[in-house]
Write a protein that binds this ligand. Structure first.
Ligand code: GLU
Length: 411
């Protein structure tokens, strides 16, 4: 299937690595090592459906770079995922883990499937089949998978159970994002949203904009968007718009994300909650201070970038801005916090889960949140300082910091 967004995302990630590395005067072979994945596992999974018939699903686990440590990254279940998208996301994980200061390389997995069309038992069989297929190429010191788009703690619990059965021993640090009852970490579910809020607050402090009531529009009401909206609302931001895949709601007086979620649980959608109905496209161009794309990639592109009114964009999804949109908006003076920093709270708490799993010793939620804050603010400060020192946007600065860290660990 032709999927331009995934291909474009890979091209942009590779082009940015090349551009940054060339500026840093790295040699061609080093640049190739930074671009090419170390392993790309591609497979077909055969799963028995509830009607007794067998169905084949295409899947990947791509292990991009392991200079800094074991590969780390989520597994995505999406009907339109393709190899290039999984590779792009694996590449971005190498950059993200380096930006976040974690002892990990980057990896990503994907299955071409619409999980909403599967029954729970079919979903479990598919998840177990995936874990069984990758069991011989992952491990707590090899490659540590986690959730991504459409994958949940429950899916991680099926995967780790399957993995441990095959291996014949317990290994809680081989998957992260597990339910707390199976060795997960407190605070992991909210971590990506919470980390994004910490980064936003650190940025506003630098921009001397704290203390004002700033308006926020959040696209996406899944794990990332919902918790970001909820925590931002609690922190005093005015969340005026939210959306899910079927549309959104805008209320200039502000929304309470918890109440919107209660509505969505009842009705299945956020659209229809009290306020004005807006499409996902309209949400991106609302008159707000801060835009938070927290769903899928390439939603802000050359077609709508000129209409974006926000002065700050926090990339909570992976790759929500195309290269063209990013350049055009940066030129206009919009501050864009790149995905590899903004959404790194998820993998940072995955790291804390991994440390706890390896040690067999678990921290309280307060301890986890405090460690997340310290680590992500440290990551932000390094990128901010680099961007000031080199007079470059945060995204370029993030790539430069990451490439410095990765290459310094390459022999
Ligand atoms: N899927 C998340 C991401 O893209 C989390 C990865 C992880 O925790 O390993 O950052």
């Amino acid at each position: 299937m032709d999927n331009a967004p995934g291909k474009k995302m890979l091209e942009s990630a590779q082009a940015l690595i090349r551009k940054t590395a060339e500026k840093m005067k790295l040699d061609e072979e080093t640049i190739k090592r930074l671009i090419e994945p170390e392993f790309a596992h591609e497979f077909a999974l055969t799963v028995k459906m509830d009607n007794g018939k067998k169905k084949v699903f295409k899947g990947w686990r791509i292990q991009h770079n392991s200079a800094l440590g074991p590969y780390k990254g989520g597994i995505r279940f999406h009907p339109e995922t393709i190899r290039e998208e999984v590779q792009a996301l694996a590449t971005l994980m190498s950059i993200k883990c380096a930006v976040a200061g974690l002892p990990y390389g980057g990896g990503k997995g994907g299955i071409v499937v619409d999980p909403k069309k599967l029954s729970k038992t079919e979903l479990e069989r598919l998840s177990r089949a995936f874990a069984a297929r990758i069991a011989h190429v992952i491990g707590e010191d090899v490659d540590v998978p986690a959730p991504d788009v459409n994958t949940t703690p429950e899916i991680m619990s099926w995967m780790i159970d399957e993995y441990q059965k095959i291996k014949g021993f317990k290994s809680p640090a081989t998957f992260t994002g597990k339910p707390v009852s199976m060795g997960g970490s407190l605070g992991r579910t909210e971590a990506t949203g919470r980390g994004g809020l910490f980064v936003l607050q650190a940025l506003l402090e630098k921009l001397a904009k704290e203390g004002q009531t700033l308006t926020v529009a959040v696209q996406g009401f899944g794990n990332v968007g919902y918790f970001f909206a909820k925590l931002a609302h609690e922190a005093g931001f005015k969340v005026v718009a939210v959306s899910d895949s079927r549309g959104g709601v805008y209320n200039k007086d502000g929304l309470d994300p918890v109440a919107v979620m209660a509505f969505k649980r009842k009705k299945g959608v956020v659209s229809g909650y009290s306020g004005k109905k807006v499409s996902n496209e309209e949400l991106l161009t609302l008159p707000v201070d801060i835009l938070v794309p927290a769903a899928l990639e390439n939603v802000v592109n050359e077609k709508n970038a000129a209409k974006v009114k926000a002065r700050i964009i926090l990339e909570m999804a992976n790759g929500p801005l195309t290269e063209e949109a990013y350049l055009a908006l940066s030129k206009k003076g919009v501050t864009i916090v790149p995905d590899v920093l903004a959404n790194s709270g998820g993998v940072t708490v995955s790291y804390l889960e991994w440390v706890q799993g390896k040690a067999g010793y678990w921290w309280s939620e307060e301890e986890v949140n405090a460690k997340l804050k310290e680590m992500i603010v440290r990551a932000f400060t390094a990128i901010w300082d680099k961007s000031k020192e080199k007079k470059m946007p945060l995204k370029q600065a993030a790539f430069e910091v990451a490439i410095e860290r990765i290459t310094s660990a390459m022999v």
